[in-house]
Design a protein around this ligand. Structure first.
Ligand code: C5P
Length: 219
């Protein structure tokens, strides 16, 4: 088991893209690969932390010493996070959680016969980061992500305050070297104490370590 500056700390990470089922064969999801979240979990492990990873579906690999809890939907992730949060002193929410789910799950496959179009009512999912901030803000180090296609820093700043987080890692999807499935990321880290740090294009591993550096310093 690795020893490092996070030895003795317990880190909870979420990663992957939640899947929201419509019927037994279909679901709503998004393009998140899980790479950023796995990079954080693996980096924390190598620095000595006790790591729990709440994983929505993805194809990434984590070190064997990491405790993985597999989940499918946002509601599953909410339950698993709340069950595991108490033990953690740092929580990093890198998962791409679906904001909405089909309002009603259909037990049988939805048939197309005779329909030109259908309406799919959606219901709001619980906001996990918000629930964590409400419950543990100021008591544990909490970091969230913010991916936007416009007004990135403005939205990130709002999120930091509203969700009572210590850090928001903001990335603009339209930036070269940022986004889904890439091995690099271009992020700006905003902190509760008012700092805004724009980092250059870096590997997701380097972004993970940069974030962990800030969390450990703030703890
Ligand atoms: O509000 P928005 O989805 O842009 O915020 C992104 C951050 O909030 C991410 O850290 C994401 O993991 C988290 N989130 C969450 N639960 C949701 C939606 C987003 O924890 N239902």
């Amino acid at each position: 088991r690795p020893v490092g500056d996070l030895s003795g700390h317990s880190v909870l990470v979420t990663a992957g893209a939640t899947q929201e089922a419509l019927d037994p064969v279909r679901f709503l999801t998004n393009h998140s690969s899980g790479k950023m979240g796995y990079a954080i979990a693996n980096a924390a492990y190598l620095r000595g932390a006790d790591v729990t990873l709440i994983a929505a579906p993805n194809t990434q690999k984590a070190f064997e010493g990491i405790k993985i809890v597999n989940v499918i939907s946002a509601q599953d992730m909410f339950d698993a996070v709340m069950e595991n949060a108490e033990n953690a002193d740092m929580i990093i929410k890198a998962a791409a959680v679906a904001d909405f789910r089909p309002a009603e799950y259909q037990d049988q496959k939805i048939k197309k016969a005779g329909k030109d179009s259908i309406c799919l009512p959606l219901a709001s999912n619980p906001d996990i980061l918000q629930a964590l901030g409400d419950r543990f803000g100021g008591k544990k180090m909490i970091a969230g992500f913010c991916m936007e296609t416009e007004n990135l820093l403005e939205n990130a700043q709002k999120k930091l305050k509203k969700k009572n987080a210590d850090f928001i890692v903001a990335n603009n999807l339209t930036n070269a070297g940022a986004g889904f499935g890439t091995d690099t990321n271009v992020v700006t880290i905003l902190s509760k104490d008012g700092k805004t740090e724009a980092l250059p294009c870096m590997s997701k591993d380097a972004v993970a370590n940069a974030l962990l550096d800030r969390l450990i310093r703030a703890l």
